[in-house]
Every structure is written in structure tokens, then in C-alpha cells.
Ligand binder design. Structure first.
Ligand code: PEP
Length: 264
């Protein structure tokens, strides 16, 4: 695999950014998108209430605005839900599917995530699929089984011609959020290798280009090491980059470390 694979970097801002915060962030992302090398892809996932701002932004094609979730059906009596077609109409190009908070707190199942995958693809949306083991699964030695199940079930029935829409985020549940701590790079490398093998099993000819990102307590201190960890195609960052200046700082530290790796 080439060392010059694109590098992905972005954030899911959960319930934090207001439309005004989003406006500031989009301005910063527009500037960044114009100054960064062509093989860097940025993504930003604000709450639904900010997605309409896609229409008045002039984001370069290397910066994607995405939603944090969506409903799997086209329409129906689902008060409070948003469909893929609605996102599409706002100009949104990306959607996050299967985040562990949705699996845990909203009882999202692997079957439900699979239906969302199908809906995303039917509506031309790229998606980031989150997978990751819990602390208990890691302790009991079944992390790989969890990753295989989540991947195979989410991608079930997806034709290889749609793989350009697929981005995987390995997010161990125990590493996410204030109570978590980042996975050691050695663990990340092993799990990314496992995910890569499962993708190859599913799509023997076509899966090499599917990016695998790492997420879970990435910050200014650990981003450099994680960015240069083998088989890491990008970083999915939360709290540490919700402030626009911090986003820029962590991104540049990650890119510098990546460049060192390529040059050494
Ligand atoms: C996340 O919520 O998916 C995440 C990676 O958050 P954090 O970086 O804050 O752990």
C-alpha cells in the first residue's frame, strides 16, 4: 500500500456548536482547505441545526460537511427524525453512522446501521462507519470478533461499486470521551490490521482504498504518534478540536508527523 494515501482529519462536535460557532468553523475550514496539500481531506460534523449553512459556505471539495446521524427510511411517522434525502437537499455530502453513543444510548443495532448504510448509498452520501469494542469485550478477548461482526453486518449487501462512499472509524468505546483514554498506538495498529483483513475478505479486489481512521481521545499530546501509526489513514477527533484554533493546531501536528514518517 502506498505511503501517499490521503490523510483524513475531522471532528464530530456532538451537541456543542451553535450555527454561529459553525459559521466560524466553516470559515476556518475554507481557509485550511485552500492552504493544505491536495491529499488531505477534512470533515466536520455539526448538529443538524447548523447543516443549512452548507448552502452559504464556499468549502473546497477537500472539505466535507456531514451529519452526525440520519434515519434509515425515506419518510414515515418518525417525529424528530431526518432522512438521507433531506441531508442531500442541504448539500451535505457525508453522514456518520453507528457511533457508539447511538449504539449504546439509542439502542442502534447492527441491522439498523446496515439499513442506514443502504439509505446513505441510495442517496449518494459518503459515510463514516464507526466500529469498536467495549472495555468488557477487550477484557474478555473478543475485540476482533466485535469488529468483524459490526463491519460485516453494516456492509452486508453493499456492492463493491459503492466502496468509494465507505470510510471506517475504529473507535474503541473505552477510549472515547472524558472517561476514556486514547488507545496505545500498538493496539491501534493491530486492530487496523484486523479491520483491513476483514475488508479484504469482504471485497478481495477493491477494499484497499477504503480509509480506516482512528478515534478516541486524540489530542495535542498524542496526535503525532497516532498519525504515524501503521495503517492509520486519518484521525477522528472529538473534544480536543472543537475550538477552531485547536483544530488547526492538532491537524498541523498530525500532518507534520505524517510527513516525517513519509520522508524517513
Ligand atoms: C468521539 O466522540 O467519537 C470521539 C472520538 O471523541 P473524543 O475524541 O472526545 O474521545
Amino acid at each position: 500500500m502506498s505511503v501517499n494515501r490521503p490523510f483524513y482529519f475531522g471532528t464530530n462536535v456532538k451537541m456543542t456548536h451553535t450555527p454561529e460557532d459553525t459559521r466560524i468553523f466553516l470559515q476556518m475550514l475554507t481557509e485550511l482547505g485552500e492552504e493544505l496539500p491536495a491529499d488531505v481531506r477534512l470533515f466536520y460534523l455539526p448538529p443538524y441545526t447548523s447543516l443549512h449553512l452548507r448552502g452559504c459556505s464556499s468549502l473546497p471539495s477537500s472539505v466535507w460537511l456531514g451529519a452526525q446521524n440520519m434515519h434509515e427510511d425515506e419518510w414515515g411517522a418518525y417525529t424528530g427524525e431526518i432522512s438521507a434525502a433531506m441531508l442531500r437537499e442541504l448539500g451535505v455530502e457525508l453522514v456518520l453512522l453507528g457511533h457508539s453513543e447511538r449504539r449504546e444510548r439509542y439502542n442502534e443495532t447492527d441491522e439498523g446501521v446496515n439499513r442506514k448504510v443502504q439509505a446513505a448509498v441510495a442517496n449518494g452520501l459518503k459515510f463514516i462507519l464507526c466500529i469498536g469494542e467495549t472495555e468488557r469485550e477487550k477484557r474478555c478477548g473478543v475485540a476482533r470478533e466485535t469488529l468483524s461482526r459490526q463491519l460485516k453486518m453494516a456492509l452486508h449487501g453493499l456492492a463493491a461499486c459503492h466502496l468509494s462512499k465507505v470510510h471506517i472509524a475504529y473507535e474503541p468505546v473505552w477510549a472515547i470521551g472524558e472517561k476514556g483514554s486514547s488507545a496505545p498506538p500498538g493496539h491501534v495498529a493491530k486492530m487496523h490490521a484486523w479491520i483491513r483483513n476483514v475488508l479484504e475478505e469482504l471485497y478481495p479486489q477493491e477494499s484497499a482504498s477504503v480509509p480506516i481512521l482512528y478515534g478516541g481521545s486524540v489530542n495535542e499530546q498524542n496526535c503525532a504518534e497516532l498519525a504515524r501509526t501503521p495503517l492509520v489513514d486519518g484521525l477522528f477527533v472529538g473534544r480536543a478540536v472543537w475550538d477552531a484554533e485547536n483544530f488547526r493546531k492538532v491537524l498541523y501536528l498530525s500532518l507534520a508527523s505524517r510527513m516525517d514518517k513519509i520522508e524517513s
